[in-house]
Design a binder for this molecule. Structure first.
Ligand code: UDP
Ligand code: MG
Length: 342
């Protein structure tokens, strides 16, 4: 069994992947550990796949899988963890923002008995706006979530074999791995390093995508927003009751006065707004249930340098078919029908 598997999700990283690979080999060579590098091409549209094919030809330790389109980093990390055969798995980005020089230190901490080692970046080299927003977000998340997630703990992390197996055993479709890693538990240690700019290329996380990711994170790990809706509703009901009593008392004491339309309208609008928001929250959860019940695979593999890298857990009965597709290049339906002419 290899000691260490390095899992690297890559999406349009053609500019930097060679530099990353060289740096990684330079960091791993001197340690004397046996290792493998599992690259996952997340449907890149630049030359990333070409580069990976080249690396797999030139370096024996390289294995790769390529998706049929962009499925997102979470799916890429999942595919990488499924590929990994090592006793220890390290997840890292391809853009050199996760310095390979830290790997020996992480392995050292693992040898001291930790199942998860997190290398946490400080926020130097990041835009002021983005770091302020991230900090605020993590404060909010910590308040809401049942699992502990810390600011700056990205996906640069080492996991022991049993930690990886636990993460892989979680069946959900919507994967917020920061939460999953924290949920599985085990002894965890983290250390901080100075953040660096990405070596080349650009970040794949625009504002909108980051916002969606944030919402995913908040909702995928708890049902507190639903609880919050109930609390708000109760408080509103109580205050409405108090207000009604006050009006009755006022009428008894002072007689009938002109009714306050402003108050009425305000109340109607406020309550309408809260109802809409609550419906939205419920809708979001219903959407998630819908999504989970479809049980789609997390990704579709276009190409890989090993025989079977399909999304096994959900596809058991489909895997015969996809093997047919891969072997013959036919659609499953026509593959069943196609027979050689007599
Ligand atoms: N990535 C990916 N699929 C995506 C987006 C990103 O596999 O849809 C990879 C990307 O190639 C990189 C890592 O995830 O290796 C982190 O992405 P990026 O550097 O763009 O994120 P940032 O560091 O800005 O948070
Ligand atoms: Mg990056």
């Amino acid at each position: 069994m290899v000691q260490l598997s390095v899992v690297v999700p890559c999406f349009n990283e053609g500019e930097v992947i060679d530099a990353f690979h060289t740096a990684l080999l330079a960091a791993l060579g001197p340690t004397g550990e046996s290792f493998e590098i599992c690259y996952v091409d997340d449907g890149s549209e630049d030359g990333t796949l070409e580069c990976l094919r080249g690396l797999a030809r030139s370096t024996a330790q390289v294995r790769y899988t390529s998706f049929s389109r962009n499925f997102g980093k979470e799916s890429a990390m999942l595919a990488g963890m499924r590929m990994a055969r090592g006793a220890v798995v390290v997840l890292m980005d391809a853009d050199l923002q996760h310095p390979p020089e830290l790997l020996p230190r992480m392995m050292e901490l693992h040898r001291h008995g930790y199942d998860q080692v997190i290398a946490q970046r400080d926020r130097t080299g990041e835009g002021a706006l983005r770091s302020t927003l991230s900090r605020a977000y993590y404060r909010l998340v910590r308040h809401f979530m049942e699992v502990e997630i810390s600011d700056g703990a990205g996906d640069f992390r080492l996991l022991s074999r049993r930690a990886v197996d636990s993460v892989l055993s979680l069946p959900e479709n919507n994967r917020f791995s920061k939460g999953l890693f924290s949920w599985i538990g085990f002894d965890t240690v983290s250390f901080t390093y100075e953040g660096v700019e990405r070596a080349a290329g650009c970040s794949k996380w625009g504002g909108r995508r980051l916002l969606d990711y944030g919402i995913d994170g908040l909702l995928s790990f708890n049902s507190r927003p639903l609880r919050l809706a109930i609390h708000t509703g109760l408080w509103l009901f109580l205050s409405a009751l108090g207000y009604a009593l006050w009006i009755v008392a006022n009428t008894v004491l002072n007689g009938v006065q002109t009714p306050g339309y402003a108050t009425l309208i305000t109340a109607v609008v406020a309550i309408g707004g809260i109802q809409l928001a609550t419906l939205g929250v419920i809708g979001e959860y219903v959407g998630r249930i819908y999504h989970e019940t479809k049980r789609r695979p997390h990704y579709v593999v276009r190409e890989s340098d090993e025989p079977d890298q399909s999304d096994q857990s959900e596809q058991s009965e489909q895997s015969d078919q996809s093997a047919v597709v891969r072997a013959t290049g036919l659609s499953p339906a026509s593959a069943g029908r196609a027979r050689p002419e007599p």
